[in-house]
Design a binder for this molecule. Structure first.
Ligand code: GLU
Length: 544
């Protein structure tokens, strides 16, 4: 068969010779040991925890040794493309401190551009044409129906499904048959002519899984679809070679396609990059573990963490905890060191499933937030409120002094112990809400209405905003005594029957009247922050 003529018929026109691309995209000049990694999402608009999980590994593996992390957009499937998806990926990952050096909408060194696969069509076609010329690729005219029928036949016979060996109908078409189909205008795809034999095993080293054995490929996979756009397999080989990726970090769902990729790199004459196939994020669901699901688990979407206002460093710490088995211990010893100092290693990534546990993330979040100064907390909460907060939450930041006082009090700064009440920005804003908005919901008073009224009136009668904490509390004690409550806790404890309750119960009435809550930080300080007028108005309102 005249393969050259066939190639010209299938992909007419001049294409640069292959050396041209080797020179156009030369090997990168990198320091020794530096890795080039990439994130290669499809622009579907859904950015999830798995992307961040991969990206965190990519970022560390590249940047810890002076390498490069780039962003490539795998937009070969137009049906799944969503406007603004690329910007969404970049901004979602930037929030979690993942910065790309090069890539789509990033810019940077453009030696290896373009980064959108749709813009690389000529490169793919040049190599497909070459494979046809050397007899390693051929046109396939099978219709969807024929392929479905083939799959059914193979399934019924309990054979491996796919287009291979005796099932690869178009593999052995004669020159005459091919041209007859072409003349008839039949649509076609281009398939790899595989030379593999599944009897042969290949030894392979995966950076995460270690030494594994893979079976040689014998599938004549599609490399170019009928619209002239390559499949993932082919684009992967071309792009990761010419973008000079040294380490492909990707989900283990691609492990099954590895034999195809090995054959493609071979037939194209490209050295194989290193691979790190990581496991999926799992969730404990009753007695079973399952993959996190888009439909069932809102926490799979990265948007969830931004909307809730998770502290980016906390999420990063948790990702590293999940990614490297020795990270947690290192972090325990080095809680204040930059995370970049941890020596990240692909070999330390889990070989089997990784359990994602949001309670664990919440614990980490509380600890991380408890490390912030009031000013840092101010900045973090304000950034969140500006984007996701209600109008009232946004305005809470207008009075900086007041907010800093609120935060210092609620975070226990200057107190005996740092408080760890907050997991997220939205929770923190909810916690401090009563400083900025009058409460509308009140926890239940544990005293009857008449007693409550007497306590609140007693407070209003003697309240003086100039009182220090001690003088303020002395007055509360007096109100307690007047109403049959023990002014001193020890008296109450010694003889509870002798009292209606203690000064703590009296303070609780004032607390609920002021804030709506039975549990708050120091009430005197709350009154100080609210100011005399607001304090009095809230108490007066609660009397009615
Ligand atoms: N576009 C592929 C995906 O989103 C990329 C896989 C890879 O990293 O090679 O699954």
């Amino acid at each position: 068969m005249d393969y050259k003529a066939l190639a010209e018929r299938l992909l007419p026109g001049e294409y640069p010779d292959l050396e041209y691309y080797e020179k156009l995209y030369p090997p990168r000049d990198l320091p020794k040991g530096a890795q080039v990694t990439r994130l290669a999402p499809s622009p579907t608009g859904f950015i999830h925890l798995g992307n961040l999980f991969s990206a965190t590994a990519d970022e560390r593996l590249a940047h810890q040794n002076g390498g490069v992390l780039y962003l490539r957009i795998e937009d070969t499937d137009l049906k799944r493309k969503v406007d603004g998806a690329v910007e969404a990926v970049i901004s979602a990952l930037k929030y979690f401190d993942i910065k790309f050096d090069e890539g789509a909408e990033i810019g940077g060194d453009d030696t290896y551009a373009p980064w959108y696969q749709r813009q690389r069509a000529d490169i793919y076609r040049a190599f497909v044409k070459h494979l046809i010329e050397i007899g390693r690729a051929y046109p396939c005219f099978c219709t969807e129906e024929e392929l479905n029928a083939l799959r059914e036949e193979q399934t019924a016979k309990k054979e491996i499904t796919g287009y291979y060996g005796k099932y690869a109908k178009c593999r052995n078409l004669t020159e005459e048959e091919i041209y007859k189909n072409l003349d008839a205008g039949k649509p076609f795809v281009i398939r790899l002519r595989s030379m593999g034999d599944p009897e042969n095993k290949i030894k392979f080293h995966d950076a995460i899984k270690g030494d594994i054995t893979v079976t040689e490929n014998d599938q004549d996979v599609v490399i170019l679809k009928s619209d002239g756009i390559p499949t993932y397999h082919f684009a992967h080989a071309i792009d990761d070679h010419f973008m000079r990726t040294t380490l492909v970090v990707r989900g283990e769902e691609w492990l099954a396609s590895l034999p195809i990729h090995i054959e493609l790199f071979n037939v194209l004459g490209f050295p194989l990059p290193h691979y790190a196939h990581h496991c999926s994020l799992m969730k404990q669901d009753g007695d079973t573990r399952r993959k996190l699901s888009k439909r069932k688990d809102p926490e799979l979407a990265l948007e969830f963490y931004r909307k809730e206002g998770y502290f980016p460093r906390a999420v990063k710490v948790y990702m590293l905890t999940l990614l490297n088995s020795n990270f947690e211990e290192w972090y325990l010893k080095n809680p204040d060191r930059p995370l970049e100092e941890f020596k990240f290693a692909a070999e330390k990534m889990s070989k089997s499933g990784t359990l994602f546990d949001i309670d664990k993330l919440n614990d980490i979040s509380k600890n991380e937030l408890a490390k912030l100064s009031a000013e840092e907390m101010f900045d973090f909460l304000k950034t969140w409120a500006d984007e996701f907060g209600t109008e009232a939450q946004k305005h809470a930041f207008d009075d900086r002094e007041k907010m800093l006082k609120v935060l210092s009090l609620c975070m226990g700064i200057g107190g005996k112990k740092r408080r760890k009440d907050f997991t997220t920005a939205s929770q923190a804003m909810d916690f401090i809400k009563y400083f900025f908005e009058r409460p509308v919901d009140f926890e239940t008073y544990r005293v009857d209405g008449a007693t409550k009224g007497a306590i609140l009136r007693g407070f209003l009668a003697t309240y003086d905003p100039a009182d220090d904490a001690q003088a303020w509390f002395a007055k509360i004690k007096a109100i307690a005594a007047e109403n049959g409550f023990a002014a001193e806790m020890r008296d109450y404890k010694a003889d509870p029957e002798a009292f209606r309750g203690s000064v703590a119960d009296v303070a609780e009435v004032l607390r609920i009247a002021t804030t709506g809550k039975a549990n708050t930080p120091d009430l005197w300080t709350i009154h100080q922050i609210l100011g005399a007028d607001e304090t009095k108005e809230r108490i007066a309102k609660a009397i009615n």
